[in-house]
Each structure stands twice: as C-alpha cells, then as structure tokens.
Design a protein around this ligand. Structure first.
Ligand SMILES: Nc1ncnc2c1ncn2[C@@H]1O[C@H](COP(=O)(O)OP(=O)(O)OP(=O)(O)O)[C@@H](O)[C@H]1O
Ligand SMILES: [Mg+2]
Length: 381
C-alpha cells in the first residue's frame, strides 16, 4: 500500500520468515556458524534457542538454502503436529514413507532401513524440529531413540532443535539427561543491538529498492530500538506501521515523534506484552526506556483489541448487533481510499493478533497436558 508511494518494489517488513531478506547480525552469523559446525559433525543434536521472534525459523530457512542439496536430506517438523500423532510417524511421513497402516515397530524398522539406504547413497538425513519447547516427554524419548540409529559407529540421523527460551529450561530437567549427552552444540540467539537494529531496517528496505525515501532521523532508530529491544519481529511490526503512517500523513522524513505515535497505537491494539510499551518515556532519554512488560497485560490487550474492532466498525458505519436491534444505525458515509486501506490493514493486523492469542492459549494447554501426563507417569512408576 505505502510501497508505491515510497517507490518500493515490495513489502519490506513482512511477518513471515523470508530468507530473501536475511540479515546477518552478529548473533545470526554466530548461530549459523554453530549450525554449520554441527552439520559438519554429522551426528547428535544441535540446539538453538532464542526469544520469541528473534529469528530462529528464519535462520534455519537460511541454512536450508545453503545446504549441499546432493548429500543432505532435510525434513522439518513443527511440534504442533505432535498433538495427535507420535513423533516416529511424523518423521517417517516427512521423509515420504508410507505410514497409514503400519504399527510403530514396523515404522521404526522402515525408517531405519530408509536412513541406511540414504547412507549407502552417500546422503544423510537431517531432522529439524521447530518450536521444540513444546516437546513432551514421550516425543523427547522418541527423538533420543531415533538418534541411536547407527551404521557402524556413524549416526544416520542428525537433529536440530529450535525453540523459545523454555527449551533451555526443558533441557535442564532430569529426564533430559540422556538427550543432553548427545547435544554437540547449543546456542542462544539474542536480540539485535542499537546499531544492528538500524542496519536491519535499512537492509530490509534496501532489498525492496529503498532510496532514502522516507528518510529516518537517527533518533527514530534510537526509539525503535528502545521500544522493540532489538527483536526482529517487533521491529517489523513497528516499522511497517511507521511507513503506513508516513504514507497516510504524506511524509518523506520520519522522526522519533512518529515512532512514538505509532508505538502508542500498537500498544493500544496489541498490548504491552508484544513489546510496545507505553511511550510516555518519550521525553526521557532512550536509555531509560522501561524493560519489556511481562505477563499481566493479556486481559487489557484483549480488551484493547475488542475496542479497536468496535472503533473500526464504528468508523466504517457498520451495524453492530445492538444497533440493528435497537437504536438507529449511523448513516453510511464515503471513506477516502487511503483511510479505507488503513482500516483494511488494521483489521488484518487484528486478525493476526487474535490468531496469536489463541495460538498462545493452545501452547499453554499443551504444556499443561505434558505436565499432567508426566505427573501420571511419575505416579505410576
Ligand atoms: N536475521 C534476520 N534477517 C531478516 N529478517 C529476520 C531475521 N531474523 C528475524 N527476521 C524477521 O523477524 C520475524 C520473526 O522471525 P522468525 O519467525 O524467524 O522468529 P522465530 O525466532 O522463529 O520466532 P518464534 O519464536 O515465534 O518461532 C520474521 O518476519 C523474520 O523475517
Ligand atoms: Mg519460529
């Protein structure tokens, strides 16, 4: 939407990971070096943890692009798949093996045969488990079992585990002892620093043909860094909205004040949980920006989301059910195309937010289920 206004060839700040936009920050380069080192070892587990939105999935996508396609066969699974099925079945089907009618022991044999076959062809298998912080005890045990497959002294399956910081905690549990012994490298992906935050934004913009329009004041970058703590996903959300707001107000230079205004809007829509804390520190030096707010704001965020929806509906003159049944609806009035586009963008944003809220709830439920089953297992042993 704002792309043509600023002469950009595409959207610079998409939320979905896209290796085309890969920016090699110090942390990302080091993490990549760990992954490549691990890959070279050709066995065991490599673990990469990092904050939500720090770029773990992007990193793996980048790695996959660099893999020697002729001798590594990678498959990627996300742990949300593990709700209904067991890991062995999912891994087998990811490698393209038929899984429908087979019992688990037959499946294991087939999988091992397949991995051995790869080995004789001079190839090796790489299993990438994303969102690994959600793994349950049973899945972890199965992973460990798969890592035991060997030809002679060589392992025939290597695994990368990627996950949010809870994965680190998970690894500290007693039942992880055996798996831990097989970890050959672990790396925690931190946020970008101030300079990298600016470079990251400029890098993404340059990728879509940015010619310094809009131009950014240096204080705008300071503020973006202070508000997002250098987490790429938060930077993307904030920068995207900043450009939208620049376009709507027909500006070609954006400053700290613009960042603050947009952050405040986002804070109302998404809540401080996502890193856009109240911008009243605006007049304070950036270094004094408060740390990311923690857990307590979900309710407020939900409420703000609902209010924002209501407000958006009001604005387009839509009839909420009460109005249909009760007082007269507001008359329809024409809306300027730019305003319309902004509303559409906003509704999309709200849609993704509510999706994320439900995603988070599901994660909590999964975790509770794992805890409950572990407790039952403990009680019965
Ligand atoms: N090094 C990078 N270069 C370019 N874009 C990046 C980089 N790291 C992260 N991003 C962008 O930030 C956003 C979040 O990245 P990604 O989904 O990889 O994070 P994640 O750590 O896997 O998040 P989650 O914890 O939710 O799984 C994406 O839009 C991605 O494009
Ligand atoms: Mg991810």
């Amino acid at each position: 939407m704002y792309e043509s206004y600023y002469g950009l060839s595409g959207k610079p700040f998409q939320l979905s990971p896209d290796p085309e936009f890969f920016f090699g920050s110090r942390g990302h380069r080091r993490a990549m070096a760990y992954l490549e080192y691990g890959l070279h070892q050709a066995e065991g587990f490599i673990v990469v943890t990092g904050e939500v939105g720090a770029g773990k999935t992007t990193l793996v996508q980048q790695l996959l692009r660099r893999l020697p396609v002729n001798n590594v066969v990678p498959v990627q699974i996300v742990t949300t798949q593990l709700e209904a099925e067991d890991l062995v079945r999912i891994v087998a089907s990811s490698f393209g093996l038929p899984t429908e009618t087979q019992d688990k022991s037959t499946l294991l044999i087939r999988l091992e045969q397949y991995l051995r076959q790869l080995q004789t062809e001079g190839k090796r298998a790489l299993l990438i488990v994303d969102e690994a912080q959600n793994l349950g005890a049973r899945a972890i045990e199965e992973l460990r079992m798969l890592s035991n497959f060997q030809v002679g002294t060589r392992a025939i399956l290597q695994s990368f585990l990627l996950g949010q910081p809870e994965l680190r905690d998970l690894m500290q549990r007693a039942e992880m002892r055996q798996l831990k012994q097989r970890i050959i490298a672990a790396y925690h992906l931190g946020p970008l620093d101030r300079a990298e935050t600016q470079q990251y934004i400029e890098h993404r913009l340059a990728h879509v043909g940015w010619k310094n329009d809009p131009a950014f004041d240096s204080t705008a970058f300071d503020r973006i860094y202070a508000l997002t703590h250098g987490i790429p996903r938060r930077i993307n959300t904030l920068a995207d909205r900043l450009l939208l707001s620049g376009f709507l107000s027909e500006r070609h230079r954006l400053g700290e004040r613009d960042v603050i205004e947009v952050a405040e809007e986002l804070r109302l829509e998404l809540g401080p949980r996502r890193g856009y804390q109240r911008a009243e520190g605006a007049d304070a030096p950036v270094a004094d920006a408060p740390p990311a707010a923690s857990g307590s704001a979900d309710e407020a965020a939900g409420q703000a989301t609902l209010e924002a929806v209501d407000e958006a509906l009001e604005e387009i003159g839509a009839q909420t059910p009460e109005r249909v049944n009760g007082s007269p609806a507001r008359p329809q009035r024409p809306i300027a195309p730019a305003r319309m586009a902004a509303l559409e963008e906003r509704v999309e944003m709200l849609e993704s937010t509510t999706g994320m809220i439900f995603g988070a709830l599901k994660k909590v439920l999964r975790l509770l289920r794992v805890r409950a089953s572990e407790a039952t297992e403990r009680d019965t042993t």
